[in-house]
Design a protein around this ligand. Sequence first.
Ligand SMILES: N[C@@H](CCC(=O)N[C@@H](CS)C(=O)NCC(=O)O)C(=O)O
Length: 333
Amino acid sequence: MKRLFLLALAFCSLAHAQQSTLDAVRARGTVACGTNTGLAGFSQPDSKGVWRGIDVDVCRAVAAAVFGDASKVRYVPATTQQRFTALQSGEVDLLSRNTTWSFSRDAGLGFNFTGVNFYDGQGFMVWKKLNVKSAKQLNGATICVQPGTTTELNLADYFRANRMTFKPVVIDKLEEVLNAYFAGRCDVFTTDMSGLVSVRGSRAPNAAEHVILPEIISKEPLGPLVRHGDDRWFDIVKWSLYAMIEAEELGLTSRNIDEQARTSKDPSVQRFVGASGDLGKMLGLDNRWAFNIVKQVGNYGESFEANLKPLGFERGQNALWKDGGLMYSPPIR
Ligand SMILES: N[C@@H](CCC(=O)N[C@@H](CS)C(=O)NCC(=O)O)C(=O)O
């Protein structure tokens, strides 16, 4: 009896170990994508409940690559604190949620970051009426911050390095930390610059009452991540993001890709759309994986234009490398 039980146990764990993320995703029919609870431009449902943002577009790109259908995503919102457990436990297949790639998250928590979809850095937003012009004037300030973030650590480092003190107000939920700041419980709200621009533009009762200080105190490369231990899935998420970046470099857009696929003689374009070579097969996918991403989701520049431009974001570091930015896809060949 005991032996039978052990045999069953061994069989079950073998079956479990053998079920790849791609198999699980296919069997389920959707990609479970961990997103923000609501950050305009990055991941947030619109008034009709449709999720939108550059992080959402990564989820959609993965679904387009796997299913040929960008809509096959189940969105799982997670707070700063919940997000890593959601990925570790298998509740989501990837996290695409303004999350900073750092050594300890990669090596310590057991994740693989698949690339960067937004180069960022941490900043400070303060009430204009305080007349503060520089972060160096924040000695003694009360600062609202979310826990479980790189933000919390950089904040402590920056104040220590500049021999200043501060009173932290640490609140778990974005909604609540913003309420605290906008109610005047804090002098300062600190997070990634992207977060500051986004919430000032979309959540402040009066945006003109707040200034974002010029100092950027850290490097925050934001990107999607997956669990350690499934290289095939890691490759799929990584190249889905790179396909969006490469498409911009190749001049392929959601509007012109049908025609380009039919008429272009450029070998890079032919490989990209799956007209020559077997790139999709190497990922275990259809050869039109990248075509489907661009057709249904668009290239990186299109996603930036649609989601971030309206909030006042400039391309800056997030321009393509050939335009002086940091966005660079390894060759897709
Ligand atoms: N990039 C930083 C911070 C990211 C972050 O989570 N920022 C907050 C403030 S904008 C946020 O998105 N909160 C939304 C939530 O908790 O749902 C990190 O990875 O730790």
